[in-house]
Design a binder for this molecule. Structure first.
Ligand SMILES: [Zn+2]
Ligand SMILES: [Zn+2]
Length: 436
């Protein structure tokens, strides 16, 4: 599993940072999170010249030895929008037209799925209709709706907003809409209680992205915005064939089996076997402990992600005694990707700004500082934090001056996070999420 950043800019793109988008890849399947302007260009450019453009994982000691294989556009099966601000979705129509035109003859129709907050249907249908665009592959749009009690509200303005939708696009297949569940009472009016379970693939035996579960929760921003929590199912422990083999072999004659190893599959299926020499093969005694699946949190723009059900979703995963160890091996969440639009650097302090003043303006605009991102990452027991979505003041190239500024930004988060596992995203940076 890995993440490739395709755009790391906030509102204004620059020559060194494109608008927001990242690709999560698992066993070849690719999911995009946000699709800012020129996301498809970024994918085309990266695939065209990975040797020059790709930025290796700064925290992976083996990164240099690994081949760079960028995510393929044709592999994208779903796009998840965090919110409908243009810097996160203006690239979607063009992207859909390109990937949507690839219809594999003779194969089952393989529509592209788009997930987003309420309003996503209106946006996608509107732009595709107005430009008379066709998506030959088919498109399915899923919306995260407010809790059902709010859709029956007397608030006329809200009702008007909710029903502000357009008829389906000609190439659209019916999707699923999701009403929010609540951590407290079903009638809770507090968005920090709400979450959606939008994909439940949490089953062993599935492969690729289809085995992942995706949940989302509202996070505070200036428009409805969500953070996504992606979890992989537990990975069953391996059977210690090396320990069982000698036992089976020494009972081979008494068992009357030419190949006693065929019994391995029975043990694998949970059967306890008693050998002729009296040895009892109890499957659990010959199985390595199960390992937890990987967990990734991808947040949209936010001024306070701690005030969200994401924290509660993660808390549910804590050990029964409520503890967790925040080292990289035993963290609760392997990777947190959090925005850090504005920072208070030494150069800002020199002009009379203070951390408090920068933080309050940042929050006013619905955004976060590196320290706020780090507080959230600490709160959810993150193993690693990637800072993302930078103001155009923070350049994303490899010039020494740019890298020095970004190191100062990174250090602000390190100080609060309490360890060095913090990275500032750059366009085309690849970050791996190894299995436990
Ligand atoms: Zn943004
Ligand atoms: Zn925004």
């Amino acid at each position: 599993m890995d993440v490739t950043f395709l755009g790391t800019a906030s509102a204004q793109p620059s020559t060194t940072r494109n608008h927001s988008s990242l690709a999560l890849r698992t066993d070849g399947d690719v999911w995009l999170f946000d699709c800012g302007e020129a996301t498809q260009h970024q994918l085309i450019r990266l695939n065209g010249d990975p040797k020059t453009l790709a930025v290796r994982d700064p925290m992976d000691p083996n990164a240099a030895a690994k081949d760079i294989v960028p995510p393929k556009m044709s592999r994208v099966s779903a796009v998840f929008l965090t919110h409908l601000h243009g810097d996160h979705c203006f690239g979607l129509p063009g992207f859909l037209c390109t990937v949507g035109s690839v219809v594999r003859i003779g194969e089952e129709r393989d529509p592209i799925h788009v997930y987003g907050p309420q309003g996503t249907k209106s946006y996608v249908r509107g732009v595709l209709d107005a430009t008379q665009s066709r998506i030959g592959r088919g498109i399915v749009i899923h919306e995260m709706l407010l809790p059902s009690h709010l859709s029956h509200t007397d608030d006329l303005e809200l009702v008007a907003k909710l029903s502000m939708t357009r008829p389906p696009h000609i190439d659209e297949l019916e999707g699923s809409d999701f009403f929010a569940s609540s951590f407290t009472t079903a009638e809770s009016m507090n968005p920090a209680d709400w979450y959606w379970t939008i994909i439940t693939g949490n089953e062993q035996g599935k492969s690729g992205a289809s085995r992942l579960t995706v949940q989302a929760s509202p996070i505070p921003h200036t428009v409805p915005t969500v953070g996504y929590f992606i979890t992989e199912p537990q990975i069953p422990g391996r059977l210690r064939a090396d320990q069982i083999t000698p036992i089976l072999q020494r009972n081979k004659a008494a068992l009357g089996l030419k190949n006693p190893m065929i019994l391995l599959s029975k043990i694998k299926n949970g059967e306890t076997l008693t050998m002729p020499d009296g040895t009892i093969l109890v499957p659990s005694e010959f199985t390595e402990p199960a390992r937890r699946g990987r967990r990734v949190l991808i947040l949209g723009d936010t001024s306070n992600a701690e005030d969200s059900a994401l924290v509660k979703l993660v808390d549910e995963l804590k050990k029964p005694d409520g503890t967790f160890n925040s080292n990289a091996e035993e963290c609760l969440v392997d990777l947190v990707i959090h925005e850090a639009t504005n920072s208070c650097l030494a150069s800002d302090i020199a002009t009379g700004l203070t951390l408090d003043s920068v933080e309050s303006t940042t929050i006013e605009h619905g955004h976060s500082t590196p320290q706020m991102a780090a507080r959230f990452a600490r709160r959810v027991g993150a193993g690693r934090l990637v800072l993302n979505h930078f103001s155009s003041r923070y350049k994303g190239d490899a010039d020494e001056a740019s890298l020095l500024v970004m190191e100062e930004v990174r250090q602000l988060a390190v100080d609060v996070f309490g360890n060095d596992r913090v990275v500032c995203a750059r366009d085309f940076m690849n970050v791996s999420v190894p299995s436990k």
